[in-house]
Design a protein around this ligand. Sequence first.
Ligand SMILES: [Zn+2]
Ligand SMILES: [Zn+2]
Length: 44
Amino acid sequence: METYGVCAICGKSGKMFTCSLCGRSVCVNDYVAGVCRQCLAGKK
Ligand SMILES: [Zn+2]
Ligand SMILES: [Zn+2]
């Protein structure tokens, strides 16, 4: 799912993707394999 908004991680505006785990909107740079960088880092 693509939307336009402000990244919840880095604060940049532009095309956003929705993390499938936490539901936050994040930019392409913070979106990895369907989840945001933060969820990826905190994955157990
Ligand atoms: Zn970002
Ligand atoms: Zn997330």
